[in-house]
Write a protein that binds this ligand. Structure first.
Ligand SMILES: CC(C)(COP(=O)(O)OP(=O)(O)OC[C@H]1O[C@@H](n2cnc3c(N)ncnc32)[C@H](O)[C@@H]1OP(=O)(O)O)[C@@H](O)C(=O)NCCC(=O)NCCS
Length: 180
């Protein structure tokens, strides 16, 4: 594990991953409702979840940004994963960075995704000096589009997923104009 990057929001702690998170994250990524619009929509087993965390931690080490573990300040429960990632699956948008999220179903509908995402955009600008962040979603993913809209991210264009063929909507935000 690398540098101690932690962000507090009113209700959340955003932090690096720990081996103790794997069981809680595996429960989240085993839920087809959570995974429906991620990748090809497949759920992950325990090994797949551990590989995902390994990739995120590698990204933290290599890039100085990554996907945060999102913990509820009150209970210490793991609500899910929100953060920044290099969208390697979509070479046409590189070197832009995307914001990504997945919360466990018990944590939907409470504004946690937006709270974590807003803090992530501030981190992107203030700590990492990124002036632009993308949001890449399936057109059917209404919950994510709602979060993108609340963040002030604007639809830019549609493209196709190179591996799976389905459409992807690319949104973006110019962080130099971003007001939290
Ligand atoms: C996408 C996802 C993160 C969105 O979560 P969400 O809970 O809908 O989003 P938010 O955290 O912004 O919560 C929004 C709702 O919480 C409610 N809410 C309750 N208390 C709130 C509070 N204190 N502050 C803000 N909103 C609150 C609001 O009704 C709000 O809905 P609205 O914006 O329509 O008014 C979640 O559905 C998810 O994890 N989905 C599966 C993973 C996925 O699809 N990832 C994307 C792949 S690219």
């Amino acid at each position: 594990m690398g540098a101690m990057t932690e962000i507090h929001t009113p209700r959340l702690l955003l932090r690096r991953w720990d081996d103790d998170d794997l069981i809680a994250l595996s429960d989240i990524t085993a839920d087809p409702h959570v995974m429906r619009w991620i990748g090809d929509g497949s759920v992950l087993d325990g090994d797949g979840t551990a590989e995902a965390v390994e990739r995120w931690e590698e990204e933290w080490d290599d890039e100085g940004f990554g996907v945060f573990a999102v913990e509820l300040l009150g209970s210490g429960e793991l609500a899910g994963a929100v953060g920044l990632s290099v969208p390697e699956y979509l070479p046409e948008v590189l070197p832009d960075v995307e914001i990504t999220w997945r919360l466990g179903r018990p944590f939907w509908g409470q504004g946690y995704a937006s709270e974590a995402a807003q803090a992530t955009l501030e981190f992107a600008l203030q700590d990492r000096g990124l002036d632009r962040v993308l949001g890449i979603v399936r057109p059917e993913d209404a919950a994510s589009k709602n979060v993108l809209r609340k963040l002030g991210m604007e639809p830019e264009r549609q493209t196709a997923h190179p591996a799976y063929g389905f459409p992807l909507d690319v949104h973006s935000i110019d962080l130099t104009e971003y007001q939290a």
